[in-house]
Design a protein around this ligand. Sequence first.
Ligand code: KIV
Ligand code: ZN
Length: 546
Amino acid sequence: MKTQPSQDRIIIFDTTLRDGEQSPGASLNVDEKLTIARQLARLGVDVIEAGFPFTSTGDFEAVQKIARSVGTEHGPTICGLARARKPDIKRAAEALKPAANARIHTFLATSDIHLEHKLKKTRAEILEIVPEMVAYAKSFVNDVEFSPEDACRSEPEFLYQVLERAIAAGATTVNIPDTVGYTTPSEFGALIRGIKENVPNIDRAIISVHGHNDLGLAVANFLEAVKNGARQLECTINGIGERAGNAALEELVMALYVRRQYYNPFLGRAADSEEPLTNIDSRQIYKTSRLVSNLTGMLVQPNKAIVGANAFAHESGIHQDGVLKNKRTYEIMDAESIGLTENQIVLGKLSGRHAFHTRLKELGFEMADDELNKAFVKFKDLADKKKEITDWDLEAIANNEVHQAPELFRLELVQVSCGDKSRPTATVTVRTPAGEELTDAAIGTGPVDAIYRAINRVVNVPNELIEFSVQSVTAGIDAIGEVTIRLRHEGKVFSGHSANTDIIVASAEAYISALNRLYQALQSNPEKSSEQPTQIGNQVVAKAQR
Ligand code: KIV
Ligand code: ZN
């Protein structure tokens, strides 16, 4: 068992797999969650909130698998979320059993607006339930976190009482969520200071913060909280999460690193101390960001701090000139510090399976034999088209081949005819889950539209395409293009991703990958479906619930 980290460094609690996964369309399957959890462990997060086990069998399984394979003795603590209800807490405890270091995170709202309209409970009732449920969680694990949901809109005196009772009942971490992203930095700092000064037993617990980015203030709020005593930050990769998202891990970590001389004294250190403020290996940041973006289909905006495509690019002549003379004129951190290395050529046409496998392992990809075989075929195919293969190409291949949606429908053929004097026409052959090969063709406004129409004729699941984007992995005319699409079916969003040197093929594959997620959701939810069944390929599936 690990001991509780001391108060003189910042604990990074990653909730990409729980709050992050609540972003519309970001839903991940169990294997994808496991892949992300492994990468979060490499990144060095202290706690992984792996899911909300009571909500679905998929979430339960994901938490259990992550607990088993990532929650090792020296690995991160694995956490499961539970409402302050016995069935939720018990389910979380069951899922977390295989973890060497397990945490149950239970929550109950404390703001009047939530009490009156959502919970229909009085303050007196909340003061009874909280210690009872914390003690119940404590009967399963030692490490219990309690969150008063909507803390920032709760009356401070009442909040202090709730926290005191939670700690008295055994909570080792008390988390202060800005659930609706309403607070400002100075208010949040004052709230944390108030908690430190007014909760009599606060020295027995770590103060944590959680916050949403509705006003774009989440990271600033957290940094002010650190100055006032918060020692755990709940954040997500790329800042994904409910509505406008959560505080972004990469921004917090790099702010604490780049401005360490400013923050050190707030943690009782000398300003010039070089002891890291977090446990994060910042060179893993870029890779983790790309992985999460690829698997969730949540694109990173180019101007996003730290991990956006433009974060280290200098466009203006004056800036370029300055950087060439001395990087520090316009750069406050090195691209290398987040793992954005020179895009070196690493492999070529003559490289064998062993070299390919070795480089992927060096890049942190662990693959089963069948996945490796598939990836190697893709690599050879790419090496035929593109002489020089870089790390970024390898990452695109690995992310694409290994962590895909279940292969229920498979694209067997896509052919397009288009040009300025012809009407874009696509022919596709798709293998259905029942093993039948169906071919159809369609005309569209452009080649991609024609492909989607042709696939729709075969697959026959009504859906609305809400996002289509193509990004180039490397520079050059022979670069791999990554296509990300998001589609909506009955209010639910599903994403698909694919990488190929031919963006027409990537578009078709990305669409099929999103349809596979949609199809899987329809299959796993038939009993909750609405009235009319849907004909998919040659199968009839009940409609998924909104
Ligand atoms: O935003 C929130 O309040 C939450 C809690 C469950 C911590 O996500
Ligand atoms: Zn949240």
